[in-house]
Design a binder for this molecule. Structure first.
Ligand SMILES: Cc1cc2nc3c(=O)[nH]c(=O)nc-3n(C[C@H](O)[C@H](O)[C@H](O)COP(=O)(O)OP(=O)(O)OC[C@H]3O[C@@H](n4cnc5c(N)ncnc54)[C@H](O)[C@@H]3O)c2cc1C
Length: 451
């Protein structure tokens, strides 16, 4: 198979698509506007520290993402829990644990739920019944994508307290909107895939080193080995159909001719540069998917204040907090990162305001923080971290095919069935490569018939 493929966007979707296409023999050029690959999951230098733009976690069920890391040679730089275990801490040090046993799903969570201290016994029983009902919601049912998860939870007896202390603990970080705003269909997918079908699916993994060393840097090496030409600092300005299945890509002041193009950009960017009429519903459809922000608050203490690798907070503005001390040059101190999903309010808040709210909140969860000195505090904010996982999302997310054969879409926001995750991005890249290959093979098949 031969053919020239241009890929716009060097995030996980573009990287996965590029490797598949190069493996199949295509001549691939990857165009990325930033100076580095890795897209939305990246690291940068600040005051001598390498900082991730935001804490990223994955689950054991993220099989395609994990396979990509194997290919990149960076899987060994991640940690994966042998079994799901999330410490859940409330102010005053009340601590519970959401952890699994070795029983088959969904019984693997029954013990943890029965002991969960942040709900009353009646709430625990009701939550168990509700989880069993959630197993029966069809994530592909358009009706389920018209409701919010919050409405459904309410109709299944879940109080606001239970939503906050249990359901949002999972919904917020995976969907990047609270249950009250999330699509029931996507929430059902997350809970079924992660928690209710396979006992080990939700074992949690995370990067043990900065993200750039897990994604961007090894991807550059793997792409070079595969023969992909990578052009960084190269902005794709427009993609045009040239007729007869050819395309012209305007990028970095040049015009590239291609037999197929994979547009692996965020939805807003893709909307801006796709040729008119390429997608049913047009650019407006892609824009209507919208976005949700994530804010991370980075705090360096002069001593250890938290014993866990990570923990969730309840009855606290702290959602999840991760210990990122390993590899950070903080002496005897501890580097914590508070990860805030659906963080509309925190996007707008001044650093002093975040400081006033989050330092006392951390001290309430981890009493040793009261005595500790804060050596650094800063925030990283991603206003369009993910698409908005609200009702109606399914109809807005296009698949890889456009109306122009050979022009293909990828990205965590496309119709992968997954929420906007690294797994969804990688899956979308593989799907896009398959569709691009079909298009590349088509002209040759026609030529053979003529011959
Ligand atoms: C703070 C934060 C925390 C997150 N946490 C998690 C998590 O815990 N777990 C999880 O699974 N996912 C998480 N995500 C989501 C995950 O990072 C994304 O879903 C995934 O990385 C998206 O990959 P992608 O390839 O689809 O898109 P992107 O990574 O957005 O890649 C698109 C690329 O296109 C480039 N680009 C844009 N415009 C142009 C142009 N005109 N020309 C050329 N290139 C262009 C961009 O620079 C970018 O590199 C998080 C995201 C953020 C921001």
């Amino acid at each position: 198979m031969s053919g020239r493929v241009a890929i716009a966007g060097g995030g996980l979707a573009g990287i996965a698509a590029a490797l598949d296409l190069a493996d199949a023999g295509a001549q691939v050029t990857l165009l990325e506007v930033r100076p580095r690959l890795g897209g939305a999951a990246y690291s940068f230098e600040r005051d001598g520290m390498t900082i991730d733009n935001g804490q990223h976690v994955f689950l054991r069920c993220c099989t395609q993402y994990r396979a990509l890391l194997e290919r990149l040679g960076s899987a060994g730089l991640t940690e994966l829990q042998p079994r799901l275990s999330i410490p859940v801490v409330a102010p005053g040090g009340v601590e519970g644990r959401l952890e699994r046993s070795d029983l088959p799903a969904p019984l693997h969570l029954a013990g943890a739920l029965a002991r969960y201290p942040h709900l009353t016994p009646a709430e625990r029983l009701s939550a168990t019944r509700c989880a069993l009902a959630l197993r029966r919601v069809d994530p592909d049912d358009p009706g389920a994508d018209r409701l919010t998860f919050g409405e459904w939870l309410g109709a299944h007896g879940q109080s606001e307290r239970a939503v906050e202390a249990l359901w949002d603990l999972i919904a917020l970080p995976t969907l990047n909107v609270p249950a009250a705003e999330a699509s029931l269909a996507l929430a059902a997918f997350v809970f079924q895939t992660g928690l209710l079908r396979e006992r080990d699916a939700a074992d949690i993994g995370w990067a043990a080193v900065p993200l750039q060393r897990i994604h961007g840097d090894p991807a550059e090496r793997a792409l070079a080995r595969a023969g992909v030409e990578v052009r960084t600092r190269c902005r794709v300005e427009a993609v045009r159909s040239e007729g007869a299945g050819g395309f012209a890509v305007e990028a970095g002041g040049e015009r590239l001719a291609a037999d197929a193009v994979v547009v692996a950009l965020p939805n807003e960017r893709a909307a801006a540069l796709l040729p008119e009429g390429a997608v049913d519903g047009g650019a407006e459809r892609l824009r209507a998917l919208g976005s949700s922000p994530i804010v991370n608050i980075h705090v360096v203490y002069d001593r250890r204040v938290m014993e866990h690798s990570f923990a969730a907070g309840v009855r606290s503005p702290v959602q999840f907090v991760f210990d990122r001390t390993r590899g950070a040059d903080v002496g005897d101190g501890q580097y914590l990162v508070v990860s805030l999903s659906g963080a509309e309010a925190e996007m707008e808040e001044a650093p002093e305001r975040l400081r006033e709210r989050y330092l006392p909140a951390l001290a309430e969860l981890f009493p040793r923080a009261r005595e500790a000195r804060v050596e650094r505090l800063f925030a990283t904010r991603e206003h369009a971290a993910t698409f908005r996982a609200a009702p109606g999302q399914a109809a807005l997310r296009p698949g890889p095919r456009t109306r122009l054969p050979g022009l293909v879409l990828a990205g965590a926001w496309t119709a992968t069935g997954w929420p906007a995750t690294m797994e969804g991005a990688v899956r979308s890249g593989h799907a896009a490569a398959r569709v691009a290959l079909e298009a590349l093979e088509r002209p040759r098949a026609a030529a053979e018939v003529v011959a």
